[in-house]
Design a protein around this ligand. Structure first.
Ligand code: NZQ
Ligand code: ZN
Length: 390
């Protein structure tokens, strides 16, 4: 357990109808905003029509940038940053899932930078400041609504990179579970897998002696296991949507990470899949996780898998340790594939052998080789990718 500083100043408005509180929060610091959203779901489900009159009532001038892609592109960031400079935008408001919020955060930072925003993502130039960021979350998955990270893709170079800065942390986020009712089965399943992966990346970490954090992580995983399938069956089940939504924020706002070392192995491997094949983030994670678990299971990691199997999956603690560990991995895969309906193999999401080696080289970063729970070198990543092929 390591020392840590804890500071998450994002104001959260959680629950049905809480969006009414957002405009006055924005107005306190900005009168001219850029509203950023994706491919139009917010128009189809009515969130746009609810929000715009509320902003108008506060006399907030609104410019719009739509069309943020899933796996948001740096080209869209550049477009948004240009608008901020041209119109003198004072704050940016994201309405959407993780892609829209991530894109908005980097737009906010790029508004203070004169060069290509990709320089900020690659860390060629440091982020120094960002316009104030606000968000209305419409999909439970990434936790972007309550952290300072963003993941941006450059399809010209096949790179999907994460970047974070305190100034990009949302000042306030609206978490209304009813806004996620219209996410379809695929998005709901992929989002649930993403939340679970964030939790697992912390649960399987080098410092595994933090009793409280383990218990919190186990509760989050059990929440996803209980409510993911309910949300799939009954999309307007408020209890399920609310539990998933709050878990999505807590799983990656530091609550179960601080005090632990983590290199986020599965995320590093998945980002390559998305960078080369533009697949859904949660699908990639769900396919990779069981293979990664099989690869790292050894005498050294056995006890952690036993803890996971017994506390999360309810496997009988009196069974042989190896049996428990292997069963925990089988149950993880069975949940992703059969309970959530996510493809089991890379082939099913359109990925073949052709790019595996280059992706393995890129995924095995110095951090993965040094700080991962079990260090992963290119040959390890390649072996994991191959396990996922069919
Ligand atoms: O674009 P629209 O029309 O809004 O449709 C979106 C999109 O097609 C749709 N959607 C979202 N809310 C909806 C809805 N459709 C109907 N009703 C609603 N209420 O869902 C589709 C996917 O949206 P997206 O934002 O891409 O999904 P998600 O929230 O899973 O975000 C994924 C992105 O976040 C990154 C991922 O890598 C990926 O690029 N991540 C960000 C992280 C962070 N900032 O901390 C951490 C994560 O590990 C992750 O890497
Ligand atoms: Zn993720």
């Amino acid at each position: 357990m390591y020392n840590f500083d804890y500071h998450i100043p994002t104001k959260i408005f959680f629950g049905k109808g809480q969006i009414v509180k957002l405009p006055s929060e924005i107005k306190a610091i900005a009168s001219k905003i850029l509203l950023v959203y994706g491919g139009g779901s917010i128009k189809r489900n009515g969130i746009y029509d609810t929000l715009l009159p509320l902003l108008k009532e506060e006399n907030i001038e609104v410019y719009e940038l739509s069309g943020v892609e899933p796996n948001p592109r740096v080209t869209t960031v550049a477009k948004g940053a240009q608008m901020c400079k041209e119109y003198g935008i004072e704050a940016v408001l994201a309405v959407g899932g993780g892609s829209t919020i991530d894109c908005t955060k980097v737009i906010a930072a790029a508004a203070y930078y004169d060069g290509d925003p990709w320089d900020l993502v690659t860390r060629k130039a440091p982020i120094t400041n960002a316009l104030p960021v606000f968000s209305v979350l419409t999909a439970s998955a990434t936790g972007s609504e309550m952290n300072n990270g963003a993941v941006i893709s450059n399809m010209d170079t096949n790179d999907k990179l994460g970047i974070g800065h305190p100034s990009m942390l949302p000042r306030a986020s609206v978490l209304d579970p009813t806004y996620t009712y219209t996410t379809n089965k695929h998005q709901t399943a992929a989002g649930t897998a993403d939340i679970m992966s964030h939790t697992l990346e912390n649960y399987f970490s080098k410092a595994d002696d933090f009793y409280l954090l383990d218990g919190m992580a186990e509760a989050m995983l059990k929440t996803c296991i209980k409510y993911g399938p309910i949300a799939l069956e009954d999309p307007e089940n408020y209890e399920a949507r609310a539990n998933l939504m709050w878990t999505s924020s807590l799983a990656i706002n530091g609550s179960v990470r601080w005090g632990k070392a983590d290199a986020w192995s599965v995320h590093s491997m998945e980002h390559q899949l998305s960078a080369y094949y533009d697949i859904t983030h949660g699908d990639g994670l769900a396919i990779l996780t069981p293979a990664w678990m099989k690869h790292i299971l050894s005498e050294n990691t056995l006890d952690r898998f036993v803890k996971y199997g017994v506390n999360v999956w309810g496997i009988d603690a009196s069974l042989d340790k190896w049996e428990i560990a292997k069963k925990s991995i089988e149950m993880t895969q069975d949940f992703f594939v059969n309970a959530l309906g996510i493809p089991a193999t890379l082939y099913e999401v359109g990925i073949d052998e052709s790019q595996l080696e280059v992706m393995a080289e890129k995924a095995s970063t110095p951090m993965l080789q040094k700080d991962a729970y079990v260090p992963l070198f290119p040959e390890d990543v390649l072996a994991i990718y191959k396990l996922c092929l069919k």
